[in-house]
Design a protein around this ligand. Structure first.
Ligand SMILES: O=C(O)C(=O)C[C@]1(C(=O)O)C=C[C@@H](O)C=C1
Length: 297
């Protein structure tokens, strides 16, 4: 395994694997068990790039990853909107006709698979026990190996192919256009090139006082910059003051972004740059992610 390797969650068949291959088709890819391990191996210089999901158009932010963003020293270098087409998958020995989905007593999936398909589960197998797995591919693998007609997995058709499962229902996510936004993170370059960057990601912290957030956000309005994501952290020892994750439309070399960031430094208690990179061209109403340019209807 070389230091140029891309670290992702799980094994071939996870959505993270599909995103990692989509972003870096010619690299070597290594699957790890947790997002923490993925970040650590890149921070330690053992692997070059971490590919991790940050938010989903159906279920919203991926909380574990947002928390990792607080402490990381790495820089975001790329984003990708990955289409997530969840399938209900069973073993070859026991696929159920869709009309008999009520006889499924156990469903295995990653937490996000359940969250993104909750409407389908409620409508067709509401009494089934839900068992969380480390990723969707391992859910499919376990179900294919078990061969029990009353057990199903929520995962990708790629995982069904890899592990020999049968897809009995396709595209079961609550929103038909279900996309997850993946980020690629690397150790910061000593000589970063932001010339093509069109989106910038920051974490900032402000005093807990009336009007402090409005004042901080006004720097973007004053510079004519769109905000495409704004997430609030829950408080903890690390984040005792109000702390926010924000994506703004514009690259670090844009004059408007530079003047907004200078103004933000004045208003905020703490500002951390997470990266400035090329915005995905799949930012639209179809994917559920705002484009960096203004939209007028
Ligand atoms: O379990 C997988 O297949 C993953 O790649 C993880 C993950 C996630 O953590 O959000 C990635 C994309 C989908 O949103 C569902 C699950």
């Amino acid at each position: 395994m070389t230091a140029d390797t891309i670290a992702y969650l799980g094994s071939p068949g996870t959505y993270s694997y599909q995103a990692a291959v989509g972003m870096f088709p010619d690299a070597e890819h290594v699957g790890l068990r947790t997002f923490g391990e993925i970040m650590e191996t890149v921070e330690a210089g053992e692997r070059k790039t971490a590919v991790i999901p940050i938010e989903n158009s159906t279920s919203g932010r991926i909380p574990d990853v947002h928390r990792l963003m607080l402490s990381t020293e790495m820089a975001i270098v790329q984003e990708r909107m990955q289409r997530i087409e969840h399938c209900l998958i069973q073993a070859h020995s026991g696929p159920q006709p869709v009309s008999e989905l009520g006889s499924i007593t156990r469903i295995l999936s990653h937490r996000q698979g359940f969250l993104q398909s909750s409407g389908f589960i409620e409508a067709h197998c509401r009494d089934a026990e839900q068992i969380e797995t480390v990723d969707t591919a391992s859910a499919v693998k376990q179900v294919a190996e078990l061969g029990d007609p009353h057990v199903a997995a929520i995962g990708s058709s790629v995982a069904a192919q890899v592990f020999g499962g049968v897809v009995i229902e396709r595209d079961i996510a609550d929103q038909k256009n279900n996309y997850t936004r993946f980020l690629a993170l690397e150790k910061p370059s000593l000589d970063p090139d932001y010339s093509d960057a069109t989106i910038t990601t920051l974490i900032f912290q402000i005093d807990h006082q009336p009007g402090a957030l409005i004042e901080a956000l006004a720097v973007f309005r004053d510079a004519g910059i769109n905000i495409t994501t704004l997430e609030t952290y829950t408080i903890s020892e690390e984040t005792a003051l109000p702390t926010f994750y924000i994506d703004i439309g514009g690259g670090l070399e844009d004059d408007a972004v530079q003047s907004a960031l200078r103004a933000l430094e004045e208003k905020a208690r703490y500002v951390k740059l997470l990266g400035s990179y090329v915005a995905s061209d799949v930012r639209n109403a179809n994917s559920g992610f705002l484009p960096v340019k203004s939209v007028k209807l």
